[in-house]
Ligand binder design. Structure first.
Ligand code: AMP
Length: 473
């Protein structure tokens, strides 16, 4: 049975033409930490390539002595989070290998939807894998491509890859395959994941989100377009090349606006803050509060901006209902015999003083399995809240994401098998409403010809090899 490709969420950052490139990438990665908290890595180059990667948060992985080894005028970095069993150091990126085009490093944000097929074909041809990432596949394809230089090899290899990719390459040769230096950034033809180009003085910078630029004082030059490859070999200019595949539409992930990207970033040409706030306003238009509501509260932090938009549109005060602990990672050790349900409690605690006896609208950006919402509602009830009317600033998630957001399998998504009324009863709220797909697109000022809404529609642009059935769809 073919498995769907590994689920992972990632962020990439690169700097070219700066004597502190390694350190700047390190700083950039800290701004992209929300895109992956499991491993982090940097490759820098100064004639030879230097690599340091490890498990954990950026601040944990890189100590002073590691940063001192990351010398050179250019560097690329990566943060990663992945599901099931693949949480191992060998999968930390950027990957670094020797190829016919010199030493090549790569960091990837996205998912190749045909990864397993490519992997099996390459294995039959003798490929031996060092990691379980789909990123390694592109390196095998490049190594086998028999082209004149790395940009040609990448273009050739990407013809065989389907799905989502924002890739950042480093190479110790130039585009004539001579000793030199090159950084290459590529976005898939549909532009599923963001990738932006910036300037820091005379240096070039590339990152998944512009919040990385703000930290290091870089200015956004422009988005790297869907289907565009940018080759940087010197500080003056870059070369832009189109990938072979030219779809008539794009498919930018709308969930970046809803949940994933940071509100202080500009991606897909729009401010995440403005779109997220408008999602809240639109939700209030579609699903206004019932009478006699005291306040609007949010599930922090990702829903706060949408809740502000909702409160503004509904002319209700916004209150802080929960405090979220920022010191809890994705994994923590639970007591073996839980005395109570720690998993949600360790992250969120309600503020009784702002809640007791009140009727509230609770905003969350999404319901995935429904388990967090259920626990949060129980906490609110324990805190003495009167009525809870839940409003979700996205439509029901009915399909798993195969394009770079870590969502569980479709059968684990509560909305794939339960009606809104059933979900309302399961999580225990007085009323529940979601934003419509149309309303969501209106808030993002786009259409289904621009944005990927697969997790909300259950329809996928590319062929998917289903985890559950092994069938293609
Ligand atoms: P659940 O209990 O599975 O319904 O989780 C819902 C919560 O997960 C919401 O508060 C979302 O903000 C959050 N969420 C949505 N997508 C993701 C994701 N890909 N990774 C982690 N949390 C998420």
């Amino acid at each position: 049975m073919l498995e769907a490709s590994l689920k992972e969420e990632c962020g990439v950052c690169g700097v070219f033409g700066h004597r502190d490139a390694g350190h700047l990438v390190y700083l950039g990665l800290t701004s992209l930490q929300h895109r992956g908290q499991e491993s982090a890595g940097i490759v820098s180059w100064n004639g030879r390539m230097n690599r340091h990667a490890g498990m954990g948060l950026v601040f944990d992985v890189f100590k002073k002595e590691n940063l001192q080894t990351l010398r050179g005028h250019a560097a690329i970095g990566h943060v990663r989070y992945s599901t099931h069993g693949s949480s191992v150091i060998k999968n930390a990126q950027p990957l670094l290998v020797s190829t016919p085009y010199g030493q090549v490093a790569v960091g990837h944000n996205g998912n190749f939807t045909n990864a397993e097929i490519l992997k099996k074909k390459l294995e039959l041809g003798g490929a031996i894998y060092q990691t379980t990432t789909d990123t390694e596949i592109i390196l095998h394809l490049i190594a086998k491509s028999k082209k004149n230089n790395l940009p040609e090899a990448i273009l050739h290899s990407l013809k065989r890859v389907e799905g989502a990719y924002s890739l950042l390459f480093a190479c110790d040769r130039d585009s004539h395959n001579k000793p030199g230096s090159m950084m290459i950034a590529v976005r898939d033809p549909y532009g599923f994941r963001p990738l932006v180009l910036g300037r820091l003085g005379s240096s070039w910078v590339v990152a998944s989100e512009t919040c990385a630029f703000d930290l290091i004082g870089a200015k956004t030059e422009r988005e790297i377009e869907p289907g565009e490859m940018i080759i940087i070999e010197n500080n003056r200019n870059y070369k832009s090349v189109r990938l072979a595949e030219r779809p008539t539409r794009s498919s930018m992930c709308i969930f970046e606006f809803i949940y994933f990207a940071r509100p202080d970033s500009k991606i897909f040409g729009k401010s995440v803050y403005e779109v997220r706030r408008e999602l809240g306003r639109q939700l209030a238009r579609e699903a206004p509060p019932p009478p006699n509501i005291h306040s609007v509260i949010a599930v922090p932090d990702s829903s706060v901006v949408a809740a502000l938009g909702y409160a503004e549109q509904a002319r209700l005060p916004f209150e802080i209902g929960f405090i979220r602990s920022h010191y809890v990672g994705r994994t923590f050790i639970e007591p073996s015999k839980p005395m109570r349900d720690f998993r949600a409690r360790i992250k969120y605690n309600p503020i009784r003083e702002s809640l007791k006896g009140k009727s509230v609208v609770l905003i969350d950006d999404s319901i995935v399995r429904g388990t967090t919402s259920r626990k949060l509602i129980r906490m609110l009830r324990d805190a003495g809240v009167n009525q809870i009317h839940m409003r979700i600033s996205s439509p029901p998630i009915v399909g798993s994401c195969y394009y770079g957001i870590d969502t569980p399998t479709t059968s684990e998504l509560i909305a794939s098998s339960h009606s809104v009324k059933q979900i309302r009863d399961f999580i225990g709220v007085d009323s529940l409403s979601y934003l419509s797909i149309e309303g969501m697109l209106r808030a993002a000022k786009g259409s289904t010809n621009q944005y990927c809404v697969s997790c909300f529609s259950g329809k996928y642009l590319t062929k998917i090899y289903q985890e559950e059935s092994g069938k293609q769809s």
